[in-house]
Structure formats: C-alpha cells, structure tokens
Design a binder for this molecule. Sequence first.
Ligand code: 13P
Length: 287
Amino acid sequence: MLVSAKEMLTKAKEGHYAVGQFNINNLEWAKSILLTAQEMNSPVILGVSEGAGKYMCGYKTIVGMINGMIEELKITVPVALHLDHGTYEHCYKCIEAGFSSIMFDGSHYPIEENIEKTKELVKVAAEKGLSLEAEVGSIGGEEDGVVGMGECADPDECKMIADLGVTMLAAGIGNIHGKYPENWAGLSFETLAKVQEKTGKMPLVLHGGTGIPEDMIKKAIDLGVSKINVNTECQLSFAAATRKYIEEGKDLQGKGFDPRKLLAPGAEAIKATVKEKIELFGSANKA
Ligand code: 13P
C-alpha cells in the first residue's frame, strides 16, 4: 500500500538522515528502485514528473503499476508515490488518480499567489491524508545548453509557506537539476542554515541531487535536509550500462536483442546507483 511521506520524513528529520526521492520513467526504473529499497530496508519516494507521467500513459496507469508491483514483489518498506514539480491542475489529477504525495511548485508565482494556492492544496491534501511539498526559490537547471543558476530562497518566505502546514519544503539553495556546470558555486549553506532556523521541524527538501559532492550532501543533512531528489544520475547510469552492452555487441549474440536481456544491465545499474544513494543519505534500515 502506498503511504504519505509524512511519517517517513518526520522520522528522518528527527533521526538526522534523508529519504531519497528517485524519479521513475518506466517499469524498469520503478522495479529497480522498489527492489533496492526493500533490500536496503529503506523508506522510499518514487517521483513522477509531469513529463514522465505523460510518457507512462498517465497517472492512473502509474498508480496501477506501482500498486501491482508493491503486491507482487512483496514490498513491505514504506513507499510514497509523489508528483514532482506539479502545476496546480496536475496536483488535482494526481490526487484523483491515487497518488499518496504531491508537490505543488508555485515558486514561479509571486509569493502571495504561491501562498494562496499552496494554502488551498494543504487543505485538500490533509482531507485525503496525502503529503504535500511546496517550493520557495526556484531551482535552476540546464536546458538546451542554457544554464540557469539556482536562485536562493528568502528564509522569511520559507517560513510563511512552512506555516501553512505543508509536509515538506523545497528551498532553493543554489542547487540545480541535471549535471552541475564546472563553475558551479556550490550549495549555499548560509541560506540553508537560515531557512532551517526559521522553519524548525519542517523537513527540508534538496532537489538536484545528481552530482552534489558527498561532503555537501552530508552537511545539507546536518542542516535539516530530510528528502533528497535524484533523477539524472539514474538516467546516466542506465544509459552507460546499456551503451556498454550494445558496444560489446551483446545484443547481436544469441537472443541478446530480447528487451528483457537488453535492458537488464541498465536496470542493474539503476539498482547500484540507488543503493549508493541510500547508503549516503543514511536511510538504510530505517523502514
Ligand atoms: P537531478 O536530475 O539533478 O538529480 O534532480 C532531480 C530532482 O530534483 C527532481 O525534482
């Protein structure tokens, strides 16, 4: 059964570790992440972006697939199915489809509008027993070669949003999605410390987990980060393993073209990445 992320994140905040949100793209992704979380006895959050939702034939298909996997693979660790960077409309679509957690990303709205919409969704999520993530300060990223540096959140705005009763809060601290550029300034621990001071027990979320050095991840957890999102890193390890398989000509040997064989090294590579992150984040044996 899918669960809200509230309990796992409250425990993570108290226990000074972080729960990984791993974004899914298809069946192989979801299966690899769930099996690894189970093997590591770790709670886990499966992230679904709107684009990935569309790719996987809509939110209802995903809910059906994940619920089926939890049952058939005998997954007993807590699993939250979470909309990543949702628009207002898609939050409602996911609630209707049976997601257990949603993120409303109102960071691009003026703060008043972000507050108004987040407030409404806090109420709806509470009624349904779902967890809700909000965002303040946009998270940059590389798109079509243009690199946007992550904008740092205003700690006072973070407090205003946290006080609305959200479950977890993503605050921009110079983090960005995708690979970090050579000249990246690093995470702003000064901002993080201020946000933590203002928001107290609120579990903080670090997006853009791919490529952040281990010491920065550990420091961020020390400063109150309880959820870390990883997407690109699983894509990179999947692609590298698949490339190797094909470059070695394995798809041309015997029935090596069978998708169950062709996609197996990539699926194993995702497992290795997820395992590494769960160890780094400290959520192993915290299920
Ligand atoms: P990366 O793709 O950089 O790991 O970021 C993932 C993320 O933050 C999803 O919201």
